[in-house]
Design a protein around this ligand. Structure first.
Ligand SMILES: C[S@@+](CC[C@H](N)C(=O)[O-])C[C@H]1O[C@@H](n2cnc3c(N)ncnc32)[C@H](O)[C@@H]1O
Length: 350
């Protein structure tokens, strides 16, 4: 039987079928389903200190830090220096588009490259080690938000399941925006994916800070009641119980965000840095998943959107980017405006 050509076909298909079912049903009991690719690192990275030189003497107590460096040694260093210190890490790494990104507007020059040795496999390998270190950096109630697009979101979801556990997947936020042109040959891709994973079972989530007022939308044929103080509520009886909702109740926003616009060409927030994200997006994430005393980080900070928003909301922060132009733009943004933020720049010691 085993010599029969159909046998090996069946064996292959059966394996594929079982793998596929497991991937489609990650809540099944049993071991976590993992993604493999050529060159996947065998070992998890280790925390170890590296030498970085500050551009000025850092303050005695806490000082915000901007690392102008590859984030791998920075993450290794922070995992040794302050493991578990971060309540929130947001990252928006390159999406493996194969493109070189340039500055735009009044600026000219190179922003960053999104080409990777060994293509997708190389891209996944370098993110895998960094995500494992970010996991070590999160506090017990900390959360990671990983911003990506439809090309790599499935791969990254499985990597995050492996590192964080599928039980700690909290949300797949879909950020839908209207921007640029429309394809004529197929659906236009107008959304990004933001994976939210917590370090543990209990995690910071401030409904009060991001909730939306329920308002006057009547749902499910509810009865309207106006209280003596003029407050409006809606009631419904179901299975012998009466449920009552006030117009002033806060609802958690759903996981599809359609109310935050992409930065338009003439948006005053635009810096000219390619792939800059809007502050409103970061504001929602920082308000929901950190407290005023939290330490917030972005290790692919680009033009510094996370850092300026964290500063405006009174959070301590650490940022990192390897691109010269990103650091220049971050510096300008952090130095200007009402919420200018003191910080020290660190570069690898030579
Ligand atoms: C998509 S952009 C981030 C844009 C950012 N969210 C903003 O609002 O401006 C990705 C950034 O990751 C940086 N980057 C890519 N690989 C890196 C690495 N290994 N270490 C540090 N930064 C890196 C790039 O220079 C680029 O600025």
């Amino acid at each position: 039987m085993e010599d029969h050509p159909l046998y090996s076909w069946w064996n292959f298909s059966r394996g594929w079928l079982i793998d596929s079912i497991a991937v489609l049903s990650p809540r099944m009991d049993g071991p976590t389903v993992t993604l493999n690719w050529p060159g996947k690192p065998n070992e998890r990275p280790t925390a170890r200190r590296h030498l970085f030189t500050p551009d000025a003497p850092p303050p005695g107590s806490w000082g915000n830090r901007l690392y102008h460096a590859d984030n791998l040694p920075v993450l290794e260093h922070l995992a040794a220096e302050m493991p578990g210190a971060f309540d929130l890490v947001y990252i928006d790494p390159p999406f493996n588009t194969g493109r070189h990104f340039l500055l735009s507007g009044k600026l000219a020059g190179h922003a960053y490259s999104d080409r990777h040795e060994n293509g997708l496999a190389g891209y996944l390998s370098q993110l895998y080690v960094r995500l494992a270190l970010i996991h070590q950096l999160l506090s017990p109630r900390g959360t990671l938000y990983l911003h990506c697009d439809h090309r790599v979101s499935s791969h990254l979801r499985l990597i995050l399941d492996e590192i964080f556990s599928p039980a700690n997947l909290r949300a797949q936020v879909i950020w839908h925006y209207q921007s640029g042109g429309r394809k004529r040959s197929c659906w236009s891709n107008k959304h990004d994916v933001i994976w939210m994973y917590s370090r543990g079972e209990d995690f910071i989530f401030n409904l009060d800070a991001v909730g939306v007022r329920r308002g006057s939308i009547r749902r499910n044929h509810m009865k309207q009641r106006v209280g003596p103080d003029g407050t409006v509520s809606y009631t419904i009886r179901s299975n012998g119980k009466v449920y009552s909702y006030s117009e002033d109740d806060l609802l958690t926003p759903a996981d599809v965000w359609t109310d935050i616009s992409h930065l338009q060409q003439k948006d005053p927030e635009r810096t000219g840095y390619a792939t800059q994200k809007p502050q409103r997006l970061l504001e929602r994430i920082i308000l929901a998943s950190s407290s005023p005393e939290s330490l917030v980080a972005d290790f692919y900070c680009g033009s510094g959107t996370t850092l300026v928003t964290a500063a405006r909301l009174g959070r301590r922060w650490i940022g990192c980017d390897s691109s010269d132009s990103a650091i220049d733009i971050c510096q300008q943004r952090l130095a200007s405006g009402l919420f200018a933020s003191d910080h020290t720049i660190y570069r690898p010691a030579t």
